[in-house]
Design a protein. Sequence first.
Length: 239
Amino acid sequence: MAGHSKWHNIKHKKNAKDAKRGKIFMKLAKEIYVAAKQGGSDLETNSALRLAIDKAKANNMPNDNIERAINKATGNVDGENYEEIVYEGYGPGGVAVMVEALTDNKNRTASEVRHAFSKYDGNLGENGCVSFMFHRKGYIVIKREEVEVDEDTLMLEAIEAGCEEFESNDEVYEIYTSVEDFEDVRNALQDSYPLEVAELSMFPDTYSSLDDDQQSKMEKMIDMLEDLDDVQEVHHNMQ
């Protein structure tokens, strides 16, 4: 994982938020809906809902939108019935790709995802064809400019809280945790530092290098997939 910062991709998404804010809110509402549907509305017992709400608030989603999504899920308001689906396949140059979706129409979503893959020389595969190459981890980002302590002090705090890996660059500190320790590390740090990102995500074990043409196609495929209403996250192992 070292040397393969996820921050670049996240920053790219943040820069595009203003133009797509409505679509981002819709995807966040789906995530909240599914978490509340599966685990109930009690934040004390539903960690998935806590994470989804934290993510929504980090994206400046209005509280009314958050409450509406929870109410739909818990039966107080008639709403849709979303299903979680993960698509696996290969992008140009054999890059491993996982697409996480929430949909109320599996046929529509499968068709749209398949079209995005085929348009840019990729192809969908069977379930399990690439998922073994990824592992879910906790991921926390703290901007350097918002931290008063030195890097060693912050790193020691993160390690004491249970982080597995600590990386830094000119812009941010990146902290990786196990799924089990994620909430403990996040809670330990958020009282002292503003967390730019705090989420569970998929990370590849190995990375694939592409030539310029393949990389251009892969980036266009990712943008097309992420622009689909039903797609929540796109994970890949492009260098």
